[in-house]
Write a protein that binds this ligand. Structure first.
Ligand SMILES: [Zn+2]
Length: 509
């Protein structure tokens, strides 16, 4: 069977500081989708990376008294380390100071339709924090609304991209979901934005202002590319766009029913909904098919900020609670589309309710009963009393719409249904009275297998641990196909099961 190619990316953060929980939200969400798609049988290319060319990085390096490359190398590692610390299964991690990236960005520039770019003198208000120009009316009290800082007045000759050439086309692409923007309210927001008229934007800066850092504009040795222009092209550059284009053709160009998905935060939607598609149109390249826009994270109801000192490094959370606890909270307790909040109390409540008392306790209960009343062997297959087909329908619907909360609700529904079944049927009493409970035991242990399957995209380590107790090898789990595994009755009679250590430790305070 030829697997269907599927491309998904996170955005590439500036690496001027350590990652915070907002970054981990995006990584976890994107990873869950990538794992879900793999389970469906797609040939997934999951890309992540680091934006090392931003002027912010240069400033942060200068402040730290470090050589810029040394500084960005060091900081990029905090992000690529998510691979292990949060089990983020990206297939590649591109850094924008790599040669393949710089070559690719220049190749893209070279493909821009000449009618779309021009060099002209420009004067504008620039916020380095945002790496973007502002109009007077966009400022609040003369300051950048995000950074609360007055922008710099910049006057120089720059290259410009005529975004206005694509106004009509962009509107149609978004309106008709050819580039599908999820959630719907973001789509409407950007349609309204396009209707107000699109302005041309600067795509280069003087070498001097860029401190000589960044990607050079081809055939203009005085100019460095605007950081967003090179940054956006990371998505295709990681696919060896500047090389032999094999990966690019496979994962970006694809064939019928392409799926090219970007996962981004709301703050950079403009670049992905407008700039990037327009640049691709100008270069005659295929477009992303979907952009999922998530919200921001607040901490205990407050905006995350260095000055408030409430920035949480996800590594600390992982150390305290474990990676699956962190993944479970960010997918299940935080809205995927609106702003979400991290609260320690809520985190611990969620952990105890769903992982300790829910999944963890149920796993141990079911396997204990199998050991006690069935000699640790799976009994004869019996019918599905949990309507798992309905659970799968709502789970799939949720995942297809990036509604991770909904997916986790479906999982918890099944956990509750099995728990209820146990309390109602009281198998220990029946066994004591000499009744045959093998039908019930099968339902419980097969139900547990379904929970493990549903958990694969969400908390893969835990899923693996449950499957291991049900006698599955790591290799078997890797080759799972959802369509086959989601049938009832897959767990075979006679399988040896073995209870292991508890999955989630109770919190002590
Ligand atoms: Zn700003």
């Amino acid at each position: 069977m030829n697997k269907k190619p599927y491309f998904i990316s996170t955005s590439i953060p500036y690496v001027n500081a350590q990652p915070h929980v907002g970054h981990s939200l995006e990584y976890i969400e994107t990873d869950a989708v990538a794992r879900y798609k793999r389970l469906l049988g797609s040939d997934v290319f999951f890309l992540s990376g680091a934006d090392e060319n931003s002027l912010k990085n240069v400033q942060a390096a200068e402040k730290a008294g470090k050589d810029v490359q040394t500084f960005v190398d060091e900081h990029s590692r905090y992000f690529s380390a998510f691979k292990d610390s949060l089990n983020i299964s990206f297939d590649d991690f591109i850094k924008t100071t790599e040669k393949r990236h710089k070559d690719g960005a220049q190749k893209l520039w070279g493909k821009f339709d000449k009618k779309d770019i021009e060099k002209k003198a420009y004067k504008g208000l620039y916020c380095v924090g945002c790496e973007a120009f502002f109009k007077e009316e966009e400022l609040i009290d003369g300051k950048c609304p995000d950074h609360k800082k007055e922008p710099e007045v910049i006057e120089e000759e720059n290259w410009f991209f005529k975004l206005s050439n694509y106004q009509k086309q962009l509107k149609e692409l978004v309106e008709k979901d050819i580039i599908k923007i999820t959630p719907e309210f973001r789509k409407n927001e950007w349609l309204a934005f396009i209707d107000r008229g699109l302005e041309d934007f600067s795509i280069s800066r003087s070498k001097e202002r860029a401190h000589g850092w960044g990607v050079e504009v081809p055939e203009d040795d005085e100019q460095i590319m605007y950081v967003w222009v090179d940054a956006l092209s990371n998505y295709t550059n990681a696919l060896d766009f500047s090389g032999d284009e094999t990966l690019y053709k496979k994962y970006w160009v694809q064939g019928e029913e392409r799926e090219v998905v970007h996962v981004i935060g709301k703050g950079i939607a403009k670049f992905h909904v407008l700039y990037w598609p327009a640049m691709l149109l100008s270069a005659g390249m295929p477009l992303p098919t979907e952009i999922f826009v998530h919200g921001y994270m607040t901490i205990e109801g407050e905006k995350m900020s260095k000055s408030l000192g409430n920035v949480i490094n996800p590594a600390e959370l992982v150390e305290t609670y474990g990676k699956d606890a962190v993944r479970y909270y960010f997918l299940g307790a935080v809205s995927s589309t609106k702003d979400g909040d991290f609260s320690k109390d809520r985190f611990e409540e969620f952990y105890t309710a769903h992982l300790v008392n829910g999944i963890g306790n149920l796993t141990s209960r079911v396997l204990t009963m199998l050991e006690k009343y069935s000699e640790g062997v799976v009994p004869t297959i019996s019918a599905d009393c949990f309507h798992t087909d309905k659970i799968y329908a709502s789970y799939i619907h949720a995942f297809e719409n990036y509604a991770f909360e909904g997916a986790i609700k479906s999982i918890n529904e099944l956990v509750r249904a099995i728990d209820t079944k146990i309390s109602e049927e009281r198998p220990w009493e029946k066994a004591k009275n000499g009744e045959d409970i093998s039908e019930l035991l099968y339902q419980l242990v097969e139900g547990l297998r379904h929970i493990a399957l549903l958990l694969i995209p969400v908390i893969p380590d835990t899923a693996q641990k449950i499957f291991a107790q049900l006698g599955y090898s790591e290799e078997e789990i890797k080759s799972f196909l959802f369509d086959k595994e989601k049938e009832w009755g897959v767990l075979e009679q006679g399988t040896d099961v073995k209870r292991d250590n508890i999955l989630f430790a109770r919190l002590t305070s």
